[in-house]
Design a protein. Sequence first.
Lengths: 263, 175
Amino acid sequence: MAGSVDAAEVIVAQSPQEAVEAFGDGGMTLVGGGTIVVPEITHGRLDPGRTLVLGRAGLDGVRRDGSRTTIGATTRLSELEDAPDPLGIAVRHVADREVRGQATLGGNLCAPPGVESPRGDLQAALIALGADVRSTGAGGQRTDDAEAFVGAGDRDRLVLDVSFPDPEAGARQAVRRPHAHAYTVLSVCVARTAGAVRVAVSGAGPHGARCPSVERAFAETADPEAAAARVLDDVTPHDDALASAWYRSRTLPVLVRRALAEL
Amino acid sequence: MRLTVNGTEHDVLSPPLTPLLHVLREELMITSPKAGCQQGGCGACTVLVDGEPRRSCLEPLAALEGASIATAEGLGTPEDLSPVQAAFHEHYAAQCGFCTSGFLMAAEALIQHGPVTREQAAEALGGHVCRCTGYVKILDAVTAASNGEDAAGRVEADQGPQGEDSVTPIPGRWG
């Protein structure tokens, strides 16, 4: 690994403009908090090559604008522990307090699946909140909803910020993690915003996913149980080192029902 | 790169993506941060960066220009332990010692915020793994240190003559 670190060309951006210019059309390794990328380099799974370090780029900070919250990409998760649910509760369940002081929102949003399991446990919360993701890269700056952003195969983007309107209510249910450093096996986030309920799942596939069938059923019946029964129309759970597809398929409707019942 | 470690400024030459852990251990020979899992999962490499506990295995040097780093080497001395070190000594909170410097630095940061309960200490230190499983005594020590329990005086009084010739039975316990 020493070889690849020695050969890396590293840019430490000192302002948002510098970060955007340095990133250009992408194709670089991005280091936000480093909690995912640095171990990948250390353990030889990633040859960093051209690398952009974002810690000093000024892309952090939380801004309130009327009833909308905008969170800079390199905002540390520890700053978001009291964000509106389901984001706040999801953040409080990421790793441990010290790692949350290093990890960033943008990094979590862009986390590729890990060697053994999905990562990026905040994706479901941001999808449920109907968040917009502002990013730059090939083709210039653009804004996607979180669902489209995490679903796109191409995540070679520099996230600038994430914003969402205040939810009226939010909840999260998850399989309890055996240890602070275990990744989420399965989590369900729900939020009611401007009267509409959104439902999303993390841990049931390579990235977070929205559950439109559950949302439609809940809008029609307002019955958590009936709505939860539709969740396997929306996602097809997978096998991995943390849990089997069978276990996830049995557990997921229960978590959806409980989360919806909390709204 | 300029880096201040335990109050001393250093010019470091490691490549910019080198984790702080390896800069400390291999370039500056500051070896209290331990290389455990090297992926943020064990806590043994924890140091303070500008006063905040950080996994040094996760922080690339490039992100730390001008930062002030504190490690266990900068706490107390054997003659004058820091309150957290004294509490660890008093409560037998170190066994093999591999996790200890990480726990010490995390506890240093934690007790700055005032007294903590066992539950609060367990939550705050939940990312640290003790391979000897000595958590009960570690939590005893951290909560005692946070309550300002003055263990340092007792540690000093404890230091009798050392060496195998000077081992004496403890009166009242062995008769």
